[in-house]
Each structure stands twice: as structure tokens, then as C-alpha cells.
Design a protein around this ligand. Sequence first.
Ligand SMILES: *[C@@H]1O[C@H](CO)[C@@H](O)[C@H](O)[C@H]1NC(C)=O
Ligand SMILES: *[C@@H]1O[C@H](CO)[C@@H](O)[C@H](O)[C@H]1NC(C)=O
Ligand SMILES: *[C@@H]1O[C@H](CO)[C@@H](O)[C@H](O)[C@H]1NC(C)=O
Ligand SMILES: *[C@@H]1O[C@H](CO)[C@@H](O)[C@H](O)[C@H]1NC(C)=O
Ligand SMILES: *[C@@H]1O[C@H](CO)[C@@H](O)[C@H](O)[C@H]1NC(C)=O
Length: 461
Amino acid sequence: MDLLLLVLLLVSPVHTWLSLEDWGSGSVEGSVGEFGECVCNVYLPDTSFPADRMELIQTTSSQLSVKVKLQINKIINLKIQLDVLLSSLSNLTARVEILESGPDKYIKLDFELLRIELREFELLVTQLKASLNSSSPAFESLYTEIRNMSLIVDQLESYDRSNLEVIRIEFTKLQRKLEKCQDDQDDFSNAEIGSCKHGGILRIGKPVISQLNADLTSSYAYGGWGKDSKPMPGSENMYWYSASSDTTVNRIIQYSDYYKLIMRQPFKIHSLYVQYNYDRRGTGNNYVVRENTMYYQFRSPFAMAKWNMTSATIAYKVVPEASTQFSYHYSANQNLDFAADESGLWVTYATAESNGTLVLGKINEQSFEVEEVWQTSIFKKSATNAFMICGVLYVTRSVDTQTEEIFYTYDTNKNEESYISIAFEKFQDFYVYLDYNPTDQRLYMFNNGYYVYYNMKFKVV
Ligand SMILES: *[C@@H]1O[C@H](CO)[C@@H](O)[C@H](O)[C@H]1NC(C)=O
Ligand SMILES: *[C@@H]1O[C@H](CO)[C@@H](O)[C@H](O)[C@H]1NC(C)=O
Ligand SMILES: *[C@@H]1O[C@H](CO)[C@@H](O)[C@H](O)[C@H]1NC(C)=O
Ligand SMILES: *[C@@H]1O[C@H](CO)[C@@H](O)[C@H](O)[C@H]1NC(C)=O
Ligand SMILES: *[C@@H]1O[C@H](CO)[C@@H](O)[C@H](O)[C@H]1NC(C)=O
């Protein structure tokens, strides 16, 4: 009886999307399910009865009868979503093939846009895969279908058939649906943006692998990416990226939004190479961007620098106590590590006087001076990175090739240090960049050439 009930519960939302005829008028429907889970359905126009999917649902329902947990529900929902997407794509593929074979009107079409949408779709699938931590064959079929579609688009370019416009629109719809569904499902932060009414990090989500860097080479392993931590009005969606094959910081590239970042279409590239006998290059890749200004470690002289990307001007300030002898565990030259949080701009470094232990400094943004310092008891070389959230310093170390751990915090609000253990997964072992962004409460990592980010949950107080 219980099992039957569960089967019915699972089948009913599926019935809803199967019964919809016109998928073009369908939409993403978010609702709260029986178990308090977030149910997110994409409606699709599959008119044939999907026996295989029915079987999947039955299998998952028997799993459910064993473990009725929110987490499991979430995974099932995602799996259903993927199945739905898979059949939508099959349908589109079939229709492109029909077009391909039939005679038609000739009009000019934007094939590049179609390709872009395919790539974006692929990216979304990658993100879903990562957030699911799944090696499900469904993903492989999705990738195959996307590749197939790309090939067909290439072939069709020489035909230029009018109905492709319709397909393009449908792709866009499909994409938006997936995006929205993904947003609904994502394990977002439980604290209000800008608010510090929480007890610090509770846990860190799975790594979301956005993309290989814009130079499309994993040999550019030294770099960083992210958003402005205090964006100027109108620049809220801006992303930046910088990387090189060594620790030198040669340039910073800006993109107007995430889409442009992924499509590698910058609106500005700032070169920091020698110009008019003036070398503005940095080192160490521990920069942050704030108010359209990049704060970074100057190469020569050893100093903290700020490159104002609005005025294209530079200023630097030597921190006399800071030492060049102590870097983080993964990479050389990471001597001045900048961080930005809800309470402002910070820099960490080690000094000879502190015997190489980490010192945290608060930067006065007007005077560009370190105005207050806190001494921690962490030997800098044993740490892999550090970032700030709400005036609390979080220090990480490596556990193994797949796992990283926040092992230490220093709360500047209470002048209190503590040893903790919050493990999180890495995509690949080596990384040089890890920073928090207060505008979206995400952690940004540059992981062996890949853009990776993490969502977080905070302790409720
Ligand atoms: C794709 O979906 C449309 C709309 O529901 C349907 O009319 C069509 O027959 C499907 N095409 C294929 C090839 O399955
Ligand atoms: C991800 O999946 C792999 C293999 O299925 C598993 O070993 C690993 O523990 C999972 N990671 C997390 C963080 O759940
Ligand atoms: C890819 O396209 C080829 C030829 O159009 C077709 O034979 C094959 O079944 C397609 N594969 C998938 C997974 O759709
Ligand atoms: C950057 O330069 C602009 C234009 O001169 C100025 O208004 C702004 O305050 C500067 N920003 C920082 C962070 O110094
Ligand atoms: C550095 O080491 C010296 C000698 O062992 C010790 O006296 C001093 O307190 C240490 N400084 C810090 C900040 O730990």
C-alpha cells in the first residue's frame, strides 16, 4: 500500500508533463512536493508512452520507499529533468533531419548563434552533472546528442533553410527552462546577500566546473577569475579573468556577463606589461577586483598595488613588515593575498618577526594603507589559501588530491581563533586562487586552469 502510494506520488507529476501537447507553451513549474522537496518540471512534447522512463520511475520509487529523504528526491528530480531534456533534444534532432531532407525556402540564418546555444547547452549539462556528482549514462547521451546537433548545424549551414529559425527559438526556450530549473535546484546560500547574521560556513557545496579558461589551455594554471566584490552601478554582472603559465600577472580581462565569459568575448583587456618604461606586472595571483579596481601583488618593488580599470591608473604601497619568504603551499610568490568581504578589503601575509605565521591586515580603501593587523598562529607555508567572510579569516590546507579542508578561522569581530574541519571537494589537485565574493556568496577557485565555483551553506544563529 505504501509502495503504491509512493509510485503514484512519483508518477503524477510525470503525467502532467506527458499530457501537455504543445511544449512551446510549456514552462518550468516549481512547486513544493509531498516531502517538502522542490519539484521542478520541464514540460515536453513527447507523445509516445515512455516505457523505459516508467521503469526508471518505478526503480527510483522503490529506492524512495527505503529512504525518503529530501536529498534523494532532489536527485530523482534532476534525473527526470535530464530524461526530459534528452527526449526534447531527440525531437529537435529528428526535426533538423527532416528539414535537412526536405526542400525549403532560403533565408539568411545566424548559424553562429545556433552553435553558441549548443555550447551553452553543453555547459549547463556539465554544471548539472557536477552538481549531481553523477556518472550516469544519461549525461553521455546528452553530450553525444549535443555533438551530433553541432555537426548537423555545420552541414545545414550550406543549405540555409527557413525553418531553422524555429528550431533556434526552441533551443533558446529549452535552454532557459534548464537554466531556471537548475537555479531552482541549486544548493544556494541560506543567508541574505550582504547579511552577516549567520554563524559562518556550515558546509561547502560540490565544485561547479564552469569551463576551461578563456585561453583554452590548462597550461595556464596560474590565474584567477570571479566577479567584482563591490561593483560599480551597471557592472553587477561583470566577470574578470587573468592567467598565465607562470606566477606572473600580465593582464586582466573583463567580460560584461557570464555568457560573454563563457563565449570568450571580452569587452576590455588590460595589459600590465612594460609601457612607457613602466612595468605594472604583478605576481602570485592572489588578487581581487573591487570597484572596478584590481588589487594585486606588485612585482617590483614588492608592494601591494591597485590597478584602477576605470581610469587605467596604478598606485602601489609597500608593506614594510611583509616578507617575500613565505608563500602558500601550492605556488611560489603568493606573499600578499587580497580578500574582500561584507566588511571591506583585506590582505594577508607573513612576516619575519612572526616567524612565518600569517598576519591579517585590514586595508583602509581611501588611504590604501594597512590600518589594523591581527596575528594568527598558522605557519603560512602549511596553508594552501585564505579568504574572508564577514570579518572572519578562513584558512585552507590540502588533505589529498581530491579534498581540501578549511582547518582554521580567525574572527576579527571577537579576536578569536579556532581550529575547525570543513572538507570540500576539488575538481583537480592544484589551485592557486580561492576567494569569496560577498555579492553572490560564492567561493571562486582557479583550479588547474578551470573556472570552478562553490555555493555555501551558513550556520543559522
Ligand atoms: C517533436 O515534437 C512535436 C511537438 O510535440 C511533434 O509534433 C513531433 O512529431 C515530434 N517530432 C518527432 C520527430 O518526434
Ligand atoms: C562523488 O561520486 C563519487 C563516485 O560516485 C564518490 O566516490 C564521491 O564520494 C562523491 N563525492 C561526493 C562529495 O559526494
Ligand atoms: C548522430 O547522428 C547520426 C547521423 O545523423 C545518427 O546515425 C546517430 O544515431 C546519432 N546519434 C545520436 C546519439 O543521436
Ligand atoms: C578609479 O578611478 C576613478 C576615475 O578616476 C575614480 O572615480 C575611482 O574612485 C577610482 N577607484 C578606486 C578604487 O580608486
Ligand atoms: C618568533 O620566534 C621567537 C623565538 O623563538 C619568539 O620569541 C617569538 O615570540 C616568535 N614570534 C611569534 C609571533 O610567534
